[in-house]
Design a protein around this ligand. Structure first.
Ligand SMILES: Cc1cc2nc3c(=O)[nH]c(=O)nc-3n(C[C@H](O)[C@H](O)[C@H](O)COP(=O)(O)OP(=O)(O)OC[C@H]3O[C@@H](n4cnc5c(N)ncnc54)[C@H](O)[C@@H]3O)c2cc1C
Length: 395
């Protein structure tokens, strides 16, 4: 009888589920997914949970291979020397290979009062708390959304469409990753929804109180509910476990997504920092990184050299309420092109992306390995950047 190869996936989000599904290709691999909740969280719909148009959860039976075991728990510590993970509720699980896919969460550090008074929406529990906080306040109560990136834009538009009085404080630029033309369209739509957009260097939040936010230029804005959408942080599990991370706490890996400390540990999704050149934290990146991480494990099991990672991006699609969105076309390396779509068509595309992503997970669960993309759909510029880094200085 052949022994099973135990692979543990920490985190049942987009990257972890894709990795687990791909790993189920081999009958002798036993996959265990450790995740704190018994259902899959469609994080890209959490602003919809806040607005009440979706519950943002999906049954794991729809997205996760039936060959994977789901352990509803959290990993408190990775004991790499003993090749086991220690669970929060006690007990430990041994592994032969480990996939680190713990994702990301909110980052409320650095601004006085933000941790106490601002409400993030990066996790299911945070979004539920925000929804309850909004429900407790009258519709006319001033709401401030902090953060001019995709998350802040989506949250501001969603709430304004529900009749809330919303100010979006961008920190600096509105939609910094967007092409100027895409940015203009977003600004127009936000204005149409009645959102007051504050951008520029002075519009950075320097303090949050129970009922106001203070800006760098000295302005105080009344704010009954302050929504924190100013960037993501990552869990500190890797650092806590003595593994090498980048400055944010993402697991530092080589180009095959293998930890620089341990060949048996690979990373995927928002919590991975390949060659200290991490991809943009995104669902689009996570669903590609998960299978890569799994392929690296499968290659090692088969005694083959794992392939270097190369992702390809096509768009950044930001919802602007339920009836509008901006579909910003991007180059494969994730930089914005001039072309973008707005209006109902873009809203429809956004919905297609949200439902399509869940379908993609389900497809990989039923037909592991089917979702493979040709090399021309991938960006290989990273390799050039790395090669540039390695080129010795002239002279
Ligand atoms: C409101 C919102 C809208 C977004 N919209 C978009 C979008 O339109 N397009 C896009 O590309 N991206 C979007 N994103 C970003 C996207 O959701 C993330 O980049 C994506 O979820 C990352 O996937 P992941 O698998 O790395 O992590 P996650 O999906 O966060 O999954 C990680 C899982 O690991 C679990 N976990 C964490 N710590 C532990 C532990 N110690 N033990 C066990 N399990 C653990 C977490 O609970 C979670 O279930 C959005 C995010 C938000 C919040």
């Amino acid at each position: 009888m052949t022994e099973n190869i135990e692979v543990i996936v920490i985190g049942g989000g987009y990257a972890g589920v894709m990795a687990a599904n791909r790993l189920s290709r081999r009958d002798d691999v036993r996959v265990t997914v450790v995740n704190p909740r018994p259902h899959f969280v469609a994080r890209i719909r959490l602003h919809q949970l806040v607005g009440g148009s979706d519950d943002a959860v999906v049954d794991y039976a729809t997205v996760l291979t039936e060959r994977a075991r789901l352990v509803v728990d959290s990993v408190a510590w990775i004991d790499a020397a003993e090749r086991r993970v220690v669970l929060t509720t006690g007990g430990a699980l041994p592994y032969d290979h480990l996939v680190y896919a713990v994702g990301s969460g909110s980052d409320v550090r650095g601004v006085p009062g933000a941790a106490e008074y601002a409400l993030p929406l990066a996790t299911l529990e945070e979004a539920e708390r925000l929804r309850a906080a909004l429900a407790a306040e009258p519709a006319a109560a001033p709401v401030t959304v902090v953060g001019g990136g995709p998350l802040g834009i989506e949250a501001a538009a969603e709430l304004a469409e529900l009749g809330r009085t919303v100010t979006l404080v961008c920190g600096d630029e509105l939609g910094p990753d967007l092409h100027p033309r895409g940015r203009q369209s977003v600004a127009r739509r936000l204005s149409g929804l009645g959102v007051v957009v504050l951008d520029g260097a002075g519009a950075a939040v320097t303090a949050v109180t129970r009922d106001s936010v203070r800006l760098r230029d000295g302005r105080d804005l009344p704010s009954t509910v302050t929504v924190w959408a100013a960037g993501f942080g990552v869990p500190d599990l890797a650092a806590r476990s003595g593994l090498t991370t980048d400055s944010l706490g993402r697991l530092l890996t080589d180009e095959t997504l293998t930890s620089v400390d341990d060949e048996r540990i690979v990373a995927a999704g928002d919590a991975a920092a390949p060659s200290d050149l991490p991809y943009r934290m995104s669902c689009q990146g996570a669903v590609q990184l998960g299978p890569y991480a799994a392929d690296t494990v499968l290659s090692r099991i088969e005694g083959k050299q794992p392939a270097p990672v190369a992702l390809g991006f096509v768009s950044e699609c930001i919802s602007l309420g339920r009836r509008d969105a901006v579909f910003q076309s991007t180059r494969l390396d994730d930089t914005a092109r001039g072309f973008h779509i707005t209006g109902q068509l873009a809203a429809w595309l956004k919905e297609l992306i949200c439902t399509g992503t869940v379908k993609q997970l389900g497809l990989e669960a039923r037909r592991p390995g089917l979702l493979r993309y040709p090399s021309w759909t991938r960006d290989h510029r990273r390799r050039q950047v790395l090669a540039g880094r390695e080129t010795p200085a002239a002279g």
